[in-house]
Write a protein that binds this ligand. Structure first.
Ligand code: SF4
Length: 420
C-alpha cells in the first residue's frame, strides 16, 4: 500500500435539510421530511367511484410497502365514495393515510363533501389546475381553507404538463424584455419553481403552517428533473415529494425513475418518492411500490426486504438451476415479508447470495449472511453453503433447492425469531 495514501471515503447519501410534515390517520402518523426516512408512496388507477375496487387496490399497495396512497378525487360521485373507501380500509385494518388528488374542482368538492375532506389525510393541489384569472387565487384559497379547517397537510404539486399558463406567459414576456433572454427551457424551469414556491407562500399567507406544506415540481426528463429539484431544494426547505412524471413503461420507466431519483436522493434531495410507472398489460399496480422501495434500498437509505445477491451467469454455468433458485428465494422472501415484518424484527436487512460457480461463489457467499455456491459446468456436483461467513455444510443431490430453502427459513427463525 502507498504509505502516503488516505482511506477511500465511503459514498453515502447527503443528509436532508427539509422541514417535517405529518400525515396522519387515527393513531398512524407518517412523518415526511426532516429526520424521517424517505417515504414510499403510490397512486391507485382504479375509478374512485368503485369504492370496493379502490379499497382493495389501496390495501395491495399498502401491503406492498406504500406508506401513503393517493387516490383520484375528480367528481362529486368520487368524493362521495371516499369516506366509504376509508371505512372499508379501516375494517380491513389498513391504516395507510389517503391523499386526495384534486384538479379543477377541488375547491368545490372539498367544501361540498366534508366527509370526503375528513376521510383524506392530505390534499394534493395543482396550482396549474385550480382555475384561471381571478378564480385562480380564490379557488386556491378555498382549498387551503379546507386544509386549515380539517388540519390537513397539502402537497402543492406542480407538473410541467399542467403548468400555470398565465404565469408562464407572464414570465416569457418578462424574459423577452431581458437584454440577453434566457432559453425557453430555463424560463420553464423558473416558472415551475416560481409556481410551487409562490403558491406555498400564498398558502402561508392564508395561515398554513410551513411544516404542513410539501412541494413537488414534476417533469418527465431525467436531466430536467435533476435541474429543477436541485434549484428547488436550494431555494426552500419544504419537504419535497420527488418523482419523474410520466416515466413510461417497463424497463424504460424503471431506469429513468431510478437514475433521476437516485442522483437526487444521493444529494439529500427528496423526502418521499413515487415511481409513476405505466403498468404493462396484466402487471400489478404494486410494481411501482416495489421499484420505489428498491431505489431506496439500493442507495442504502432504507431496508424493506432481504436482498438476494445472484451472479449473472456465464459460460461457466450452462444450467438454469442457480437462476431458478435465486428467483425462488427472492419470490419467497418477498411474499413472506407482510408476515415476517411483524414476527422477525430486522429480517429486512438479511443478505442472501445465490452464485453460479466456484469463481466468485464462495467469496460472495461469505460476504452474505447466508449463501450458496452452486456447481458450475464440469465442477463436482456439490454446493457449499456459507452461514455468517463460514462454510457450514455442503448440499448434494437433486434436492439442493428445497434443502437450501429450509436452511434459510431455519436461519431466519434462529436469528430474528423470539429466541434470537
Ligand atoms: S460466479 Fe461463476 S457462473 Fe457466476 S458469473 Fe461468476 S464465473 Fe460465471
Amino acid at each position: 500500500m502507498n504509505a502516503a495514501c488516505t482511506p477511500i471515503e465511503a459514498a453515502a447519501p447527503r443528509p436532508r435539510r427539509s422541514r417535517q410534515a405529518r400525515i396522519a390517520w387515527g393513531s398512524r402518523v407518517v412523518t415526511v421530511g426532516g429526520d424521517a426516512p424517505v417515504r414510499v408512496q403510490s397512486m391507485t388507477n382504479t375509478d374512485t367511484v368503485d369504492a370496493i375496487g379502490t379499497a382493495i387496490q389501496v390495501k395491495e399497495l399498502a401491503q406492498a410497502g406504500s406508506e401513503v396512497v393517493r387516490i383520484t378525487v375528480n367528481t362529486p360521485e368520487a368524493a362521495q365514495q371516499v369516506p366509504y373507501i376509508r371505512e372499508q380500509l379501516d375494517r380491513m385494518g389498513i391504516d395507510v393515510p389517503l391523499v386526495g388528488d384534486f384538479h379543477y374542482n377541488g375547491h368545490r368538492l372539498l367544501s361540498d363533501h366534508p366527509a370526503c375532506a375528513e376521510a383524506l389525510s392530505k390534499y394534493r393541489i395543482n396550482p396549474g389546475n385550480v382555475g384561471k384569472g381571478d378564480k385562480h387565487d380564490r379557488q386556491f384559497a378555498q382549498m387551503i381553507e379546507a386544509a386549515l379547517r380539517w388540519d390537513r397537510p397539502v402537497r402543492i404539486g406542480v407538473n410541467w404538463g399542467s403548468l400555470d399558463q398565465e404565469l408562464l406567459a407572464r414570465m416569457m414576456d418578462e424574459n423577452s424584455r431581458r437584454a440577453e433572454p434566457w432559453d425557453a427551457k430555463a424560463v420553464m424551469y423558473e416558472a415551475l419553481i416560481t409556481s410551487a414556491i409562490g403558491s406555498a407562500e400564498r398558502a402561508r399567507g392564508l395561515g398554513m403552517n410551513p411544516d404542513q406544506i410539501l412541494l413537488s415540481c414534476k417533469v418527465s426528463g431525467v436531466q430536467d428533473l435533476i435541474s429543477v429539484y436541485r434549484e428547488l431544494a436550494r431555494r426552500c426547505d419544504y419537504a419535497l415529494h420527488l418523482g419523474l412524471t410520466e416515466a413510461g413503461m417497463g424497463t424504460k420507466g424503471t431506469v429513468a425513475s431510478s437514475v433521476a431519483m437516485g442522483i437526487l436522493l444521493q444529494e439529500g434531495i427528496g423526502d418521499t418518492i413515487r415511481v409513476s410507472l405505466t403498468p404493462q398489460p396484466g402487471e400489478a399496480r404494486t410494481q411501482e411500490v416495489v421499484i420505489a422501495s428498491e431505489i431506496l434500498q439500493a442507495l442504502g437509505l432504507r431496508s424493506f426486504v432481504p436482498s438476494v445477491t445472484a451472479c449473472p451467469g456465464c459460460g461457466r454455468t450452462t444450467s438454469t438451476t442457480f437462476q431458478e433458485l435465486a428467483k425462488q428465494i427472492d419470490d419467497h422472501l418477498r411474499a413472506q415479508m407482510p408476515v415476517w415484518r411483524e414476527r422477525y424484527a430486522g429480517v429486512e436487512r438479511l443478505k442472501v447470495a445465490v452464485m453460479g460457480c466456484i469463481v466468485n461463489g464462495p467469496g460472495e457467499s461469505k460476504h452474505a449472511d447466508i449463501g450458496i455456491s452452486l456447481p458450475g459446468t464440469g465442477e463436482a456436483p456439490a454446493a457449499p453453503v456459507f452461514i455468517d461467513g463460514e462454510k457450514a455444510l455442503t448440499l448434494r443431490g437433486d434436492n439442493i433447492a428445497a434443502e437450501f430453502h429450509q436452511i434459510v427459513e431455519t436461519y431466519i427463525e434462529k436469528r430474528f425469531g423470539a429466541a434470537g
